[in-house]
Design a protein around this ligand. Structure first.
Ligand SMILES: C[S@@+](CC[C@H](N)C(=O)[O-])C[C@H]1O[C@@H](n2cnc3c(N)ncnc32)[C@H](O)[C@@H]1O
Length: 177
């Protein structure tokens, strides 16, 4: 009997933690809403990466973009604040050793890997101004700059180099040579 009680409390605790984690993400960037699989495929091709180049997903959710990029021979790095989703992404990424990395945490507090060539983001509208400033800072530390693929929302005060369905593609310049 006791064992069932323990299981019950454990399940309740996990469910509460899951809901709390989902709610918290609203405060930091965007709630979890996965990109449609067919759209994820398009997003990776819009990045225009060469084999071995790195795509970063800021808020990688269940890791679908990372897996898709890795399958195509790219490297993929994901940041995810929700521990449950970070775990799922990490689990899915295990199939691509050395090609997929997942970091659990708040991406605003991280610097992007120096080798980042493209960034994908599916963030809530109110965070996009901040995102523009964050990415300009990050790209400014590189010579090559980076490509941003924004899903569903445009970046204020930036002119896209391409518009494709629900995507806006931007070139964020690096530091002057
Ligand atoms: C709209 S979902 C997109 C998930 C995934 N990129 C996709 O396209 O399927 C946004 C994700 O970003 C995560 N997130 C929001 N703010 C974050 C932050 N500051 N740092 C890391 N992850 C964050 C959320 O937990 C959520 O999983």
């Amino acid at each position: 009997m006791l064992i069932w009680e323990v299981f019950g409390y454990l399940a309740l605790g996990l469910a509460a933690a899951f809901v709390a984690a989902l709610t918290l993400t609203v405060l930091f960037g965007a709630p979890y809403l996965p990109t449609r699989r067919d759209h994820a495929q398009v997003a990776v091709s819009l990045a225009g990466l060469r084999p071995g180049q790195t795509l970063v997903d800021l808020g990688c959710g269940d890791g679908r973009l990372l897996v898709m990029a890795a399958r195509q021979g790219f490297r993929a790095v994901g940041y995810e604040i929700n521990p449950f989703l970070a775990l799922i992404s990490w689990w899915r990424g295990r199939a691509f050793p050395g090609r997929v990395k997942v970091y659990w945490g708040n991406f605003w507090r991280r610097n992007l890997p120096a080798e980042t060539a493209a960034v994908f983001v599916f963030a809530a509208g109110p965070y996009l101004s901040r995102l523009g400033r964050y990415l300009s800072r990050q790209a400014g530390q590189t010579e090559q700059g980076l490509v941003l693929i924004s899903y569903a929302f445009a970046l204020p005060a930036h002119r896209p180099i391409k518009r494709h369905g629900p995507f806006w593609v931007y070139k964020i310049p690096g530091r002057p040579k």
